[in-house]
Design a protein around this ligand. Structure first.
Ligand code: IMP
Ligand code: MG
Length: 178
């Protein structure tokens, strides 16, 4: 285990199971749809790479970069789109892929934005959900696992741009950020 990790919260094995379960649900729901998967960078990188390979349907993928955090552990609430999709979303069924829903600010903003741009439907698949931390009401359509109110890293999730490459999700030692 990495020296900055307090404990492993979701192991590699558990991640694989979660991804398989979500892929099956998505495959069933999107079977008759022409859909597009949009990953929110950079946190969704590991999850999306694994998830998309398990979905045996035809679909396109694209990415967006939104910022709210800076280098702290609290959302600022002000969301900015740093990089937008390159494929037009008009009349498309969109599945957003996200690492974690925390305050709900990011997804709330992004979903509204895509609807404004003419998307036919917008759903969200998140690997982790921290419902205890919501500041705006938001319910993801597909949830991998619920997480207690701890700051977690690994499998795409970072603190100050570190730990994204860990193959598991772990609780970050408080001494690293306090
Ligand atoms: P929200 O807008 O507060 O829902 O924040 C969403 C974003 O904050 C996520 O996409 C993550 O990038 C980041 N985030 C929230 N909680 C954590 C965490 O525990 N570890 C790492 N990043 C987090
Ligand atoms: Mg993120």
């Amino acid at each position: 285990m990495h020296k900055d990790i307090e404990s492993v919260l979701v192991s590699e094995k558990q991640l694989e199971k979660i991804v398989n379960t979500l892929a099956k649900q998505i495959e069933k729901d999107y079977n008759d749809k022409e859909f597009m998967m949009i990953g929110l960078l950079k946190g969704s990188v590991a999850f999306m790479a694994d998830l998309m390979k398990k979905i045996r349907l035809d679909f396109s993928i694209d990415f967006m970069v939104a910022s709210s955090y800076g280098s702290g552990t609290e959302s600022s609430g002000k969301i900015k789109i740093i990089s937008d999709v390159t494929i037009p979303v008009k009349d498309m069924d969109i599945l957003i892929v996200e690492d974690i829903v925390d305050s709900g600010n990011t997804l709330n903003f992004i979903c509204n934005y895509l609807v404004t741009k003419g998307a036919k439907s917008v759903r969200v698949a998140t690997l982790c959900d921290k419902p205890a931390r919501r500041k705006v009401p938001f319910t993801p359509d597909y949830i991998g696992t619920e997480i207690p109110d701890e700051f977690i890293v690994g499998y795409g999730l970072d603190y100050d741009e570190k730990y994204r490459n860990l193959p598991y999700i772990g609780v970050l030692k408080r001494s690293v950020y306090e």
